[in-house]
Every structure is written in structure tokens, then in C-alpha cells.
Design a binder for this molecule. Structure first.
Ligand SMILES: NC(=O)c1ccc[n+]([C@@H]2O[C@H](COP(=O)([O-])OP(=O)(O)OC[C@H]3O[C@@H](n4cnc5c(N)ncnc54)[C@H](OP(=O)(O)O)[C@@H]3O)[C@@H](O)[C@H]2O)c1
Length: 291
């Protein structure tokens, strides 16, 4: 990311900080669950499921604050509209998961603006990009570049985001916002399950989500013990977004969810998550998915 864009990120964060009425949070242990009353960050919020998370987090309470990140905040028009609609409650910051310096700078901005995080949702992901990466239908179509790109965006990126947000999640966990711990929810996919893989294909996407699962599970052991942070993995179902659109032909109508429905279900898993759920992989209906 270019230096002037990074400076703009910091300036945005400072402006947001000065426009907030209460810089220090005053949350009692009897407050509503962390997402509506505390600070939630949604990474990958320009479109699709991430954008819907931001919308529902903002609309279901008039208290909680949300940090939404995406690669190009200026062109994320729906996110900017939400920012105007919920003045002072939504901060939009730049973050590209393939560029660690943007994660670091945005992490510093989150620290300056909010001081702590109660919830981190890693939503960004790729399945296909025209002329760059396509889900493979056979081994002969597998390319090193696709394997590495899917791994970089879907597995490496979310883990680096957790690494840089960890200090603020740790502070959130000690503030006693109702849950007693902070939560990281990483958007995985059922196809990342090795035990569930009967169909084959989609080598890059599948393997990247499997890697995300293992990296998240590994982080959950350390963060759960040391920092009182729980990490879970979520499968949203097949959801009508840009990601699934080219591959919806064989999906039965009742199996293709709206973003509203899927995110509503996922937020209910998040709200009801217990510390003992740390390191688990859940489908949209709350069922655990085998590794
Ligand atoms: N839709 C489904 O049926 C389905 C099923 C299972 C799992 N999932 C998972 O759910 C998550 C959300 O998917 P979706 O359906 O909402 O996809 P989507 O509509 O295609 O949105 C993908 C999001 O990821 C962002 N992104 C892509 N590359 C990025 C990068 N390098 N840095 C930061 N952000 C980046 C995009 O930002 P830009 O606007 O900048 O491109 C966009 O906000 C993904 O992890 C996906 O694997 C989806």
C-alpha cells in the first residue's frame, strides 16, 4: 500500500476518535452481549457477507461501535452509506490481507480509536477471479499460482489480522463486557473439511480453508490460555453473493441463502458462543463440522 494511503488511514482513525462522544467505554457486566454494546471489527466488509455483518451489527443496537475494513474504502459505497446513516458508530479503514503493513497500520488505528475489541470477524475470501484463479474441476487444472493466491488471501491473511488485533482483543477480554472473553470468528467453508470431502475438486479453495482451519485451531490454543480470547470457524451455508454467483447453477433454491438469513444465523452462533467453543468449526445452523 502506498505511503499516502497509509497516512490517510491514520488520519481517518484520528478523526473518528475525535468524533466519538465517549473515548473510554463504560460497560457493566450486566450489559447486552459484546457485539451490540462493545466494539466489533469486520474485516472484508466492502461486499457480501462482511458488509451484511456490519449492517446487522449496527442495526440491532444503538450502542455498539463497528470497525469495518476493506481494500478500497472510498469505492465501498454501501459501507460509506452505512457510515453516514450511523454517524459516529462506524469507522471504515483500509486493509488488504495480502499486505501486512496495511494490517499493522490499521491495527494501530483501531488501538488509537477504540482501545479494545470484543469481536473480530474475518470475512474476506476469494474463490474465483476472472483470468487469475478459478475453482479447479480436475487435478490437471491445478496451478501453483492459484494454490498460493488462495492460501495467501484465505488462510495467511486472517491469521495476520488476528496477530495484529490480538492486543486489543486481549484488553476487550479483560473489560468484562458480559461474555467474559473476546471472540474471533473466521469465515471458513464446509469444503475445507477433510472428513467431509466426498466430491473432490476446488483444490485451491478447499486447501486454503483447511489451512485456515488448522491455523485458527492452533491460534485458539494459545489465545484461549494466555489472553482469554476464543476463536471459532464458521461456515455460512451457500450464500447468494458475488463469490458464489458463478457457481449457483446446481444449488437447489432452498439451499441458497440470502445474506440476511445467513448472517442472522451466524450472529446467533456468535452471541451464544461459550469459552468452551474455543477452536470449534460450526455451520450456519450451529452444527459442528468435522475436520
Ligand atoms: N458465499 C458463499 O456461499 C460462501 C460459502 C462458504 C464460505 N464463504 C466465505 O465467506 C466469506 C465471505 O464471502 P462472500 O460470499 O461474502 O464473498 P464476496 O461477496 O466475494 O466478498 C468477498 C470480500 O472479500 C474481500 N477481499 C478479497 N480479497 C481481499 C484482500 N486481499 N484483502 C481484503 N479483502 C479482500 C472483498 O473485497 P473487495 O471488494 O476489495 O474485492 C470482499 O469484501 C469468504 O471467506 C468466503 O470464503 C462464502
Amino acid at each position: 500500500m502506498r505511503a499516502n494511503t497509509l497516512r490517510a488511514a491514520m488520519a481517518t482513525a484520528r478523526m473518528a476518535m475525535s468524533s466519538l462522544s465517549s473515548p473510554a467505554r463504560a460497560l457493566s457486566s450486566a450489559a447486552a452481549p459484546p457485539p451490540p454494546s462493545g466494539v466489533a471489527m469486520v474485516q472484508g466488509a466492502s461486499r457480501g457477507i462482511g458488509l451484511e455483518f456490519v449492517r446487522q451489527l449496527l442495526r440491532r443496537s444503538d450502542q455498539g461501535r463497528v470497525v469495518a475494513t476493506c481494500r478500497a474504502p472510498d469505492s465501498a459505497s454501501e459501507l460509506q452509506e452505512l457510515r453516514r446513516e450511523h454517524a459516529g458508530r462506524l469507522t471504515v479503514l483500509p486493509l488488504d490481507v495480502t499486505d501486512e503493513s496495511t494490517i499493522e497500520v490499521t491495527g494501530a488505528a483501531v488501538g488509537e480509536t477504540h482501545g479494545s475489541l470484543d469481536l473480530l470477524i474475518n470475512a474476506a475470501g476469494i474463490l474465483s477471479i476472472p483470468n487469475v484463479i478459478q475453482p479447479e474441476t480436475s487435478l490437471s487444472k491445478v496451478q501453483k499460482s492459484s494454490l498460493l493466491l488462495a492460501y495467501e488471501v484465505n488462510a495467511v491473511g486472517p491469521i495476520l489480522v488476528i496477530k495484529h488485533m490480538r492486543p486489543f482483543l486481549k484488553i476487550g477480554a479483560s473489560l468484562g463486557t458480559g461474555k467474559g472473553f473476546s471472540l474471533v470468528a473466521n469465515m471458513s467453508a464446509r469444503v475445507g473439511s477433510i472428513g467431509d470431502n466426498a466430491l473432490g475438486g476446488w483444490h485451491s479453495y478447499r486447501a486454503s480453508k483447511t489451512a485456515l482451519n488448522q491455523l485458527t485451531k492452533t491460534a485458539s490454543v494459545e489465545l484461549g490460555k494466555k489472553d482469554n480470547i476464543a476463536c471459532i470457524l464458521l461456515h455460512p451455508g451457500t450464500v447468494d453473493t458475488d463469490l458464489s454467483r458463478p457457481f449457483q447453477r446446481n444449488v437447489a433454491k432452498d439451499k441458497l441463502f440470502t445474506r440476511e438469513f445467513s448472517v442472522h444465523k451466524l450472529l446467533s452462533i456468535i452471541d451464544n458462543a461459550k469459552k468452551t467453543d474455543n477452536g470449534k468449526f460450526f455451520a450456519w445452523d450451529g452444527q459442528e463440522i468435522p475436520w
